[in-house]
Design a protein around this ligand. Structure first.
Ligand code: UDP
Ligand code: MG
Length: 314
């Protein structure tokens, strides 16, 4: 019995890339007649001709399927939806803009057959990416490694193959502000790595602006690290300890030794500094709490992760 592989491709305004990626995928899977394939596009609220392009290709190829969202949700949710619909023994997640080269599909499958339960594409080089994006990406991986509960490897991408075992567990995760790869890493399982060089985007523009990437990094930190929450505690403890020592010093200096250093510290000055300190601590604590509470709030609301307008071949 031949094994079944699902390709999951999130797409937002990729009309010029749809036929190109389908052809590239066809080319790659033609080398693998021993496997059956399905290609699930998740149209994440595209406002261009993406839906039309996908429908045209799906009309004469039952293996091409599509889930169309009612609006833009985001790539992480699109990947999630694709995995919900995937029927394969394994799924390969890839970008629609050909920055995740489809010709690597056989390599991913080979690594899976060797026993890898999750095969992760590691991006060695990002051709055409600006300095800020490179530095930002580097910084993100450093911070996540320091404080996160999963070991994000520098350059790890969403381009990955995951075994059915992972898909099943992944599909039970319900958090809304998710980073698909963070969740997948958290699951554990045996990992294999495939290094690749991301070519420049051929058509269209990158959808992740600096602001969106920053928000994504923040969400990843909160989802995978309790450090910010602990930070308030550390900060509070050290400031309390320091001011305690300072207070003691002042009391001894002024009242027991009659100010031998002639510091003449006024009570008002001390008070002002203490109040500022405390207000600062309280504000930081409230801000951090708010971050976590907003996540809790979203989970409690328990709205559906996405809304589907239509599906094709599913
Ligand atoms: N994408 C999506 N929803 C979004 C943003 C992006 O489905 O809100 C898709 C996009 O069509 C592409 C992939 O996610 O297939 C990666 O997006 P992009 O190339 O903009 O990101 P980058 O290459 O900068 O990581
Ligand atoms: Mg891209």
């Amino acid at each position: 019995m031949s094994r079944f592989i699902s390709l999951v491709i999130p797409a937002l305004n990729e009309e010029k890339n749809i036929t190109t990626i389908i052809n590239a995928v066809r080319h790659a899977v033609d080398e693998l007649p021993q496997y059956q394939f399905e290609v699930i596009f998740v149209n994440d609220g595209s406002t261009d001709g993406t839906a039309r392009e996908i429908a045209a290709c799906a009309a004469h190829d039952q293996r091409i399927k599509c889930v169309e969202f009612s609006r833009n949700f985001n790539k992480e949710i699109a990947i999630t939806a694709g995995l919900h619909y995937a029927q394969g023994d394994a799924a390969i997640i890839m970008d629609a803009d050909l920055q995740h080269p489809p010709e690597l599909i056989p390599e991913f499958i080979a690594a899976w057959e060797r026993g890898g339960e999750m095969v992760i594409g590691v991006r060695d080089e990002l051709i055409g990416a600006g300095m800020i994006k490179k530095i930002g990406s580097h910084l993100f991986f450093r911070v996540m490694r320091l404080f996160g509960d999963v070991n994000f490897l520098s350059g790890e991408t969403d381009f990955r193959l995951i075994d059915r075992k992972l898909i099943t567990v992944f599909n039970t995760c319900s958090e809304r502000r998710r980073i698909a790869r963070g969740l997948l890493d958290w699951l554990g399982f045996k990992k294999e790595y495939i290094h690749f060089i991301a070519p420049e985007r051929t058509n269209g523009v990158a959808k992740y602006s600096g602001k969106k990437l920053f928000a994504l990094a923040g969400a990843a930190l909160v989802a995978h690290s309790m450090f910010p929450l602990h930070l308030a505690g550390y900060l509070g403890a050290s400031i309390t300890a320091l001011s305690g020592i300072l207070g003691l010093f002042v009391v001894i200096d002024m009242f027991f030794l009659a100010d031998p250093l002639q510091l003449k510290i006024t009570g008002t000055a001390m008070l002002a500094i203490m109040i500022l300190f405390l207000v600062g601590i309280i504000l930081i604590c409230i801000g951090l709490m708010a971050l976590y509470i907003s996540h809790l709030q979203e989970s409690v609301a328990n709205r559906p992760l996405y809304v589907i307008r239509s599906t094709i071949n599913l």
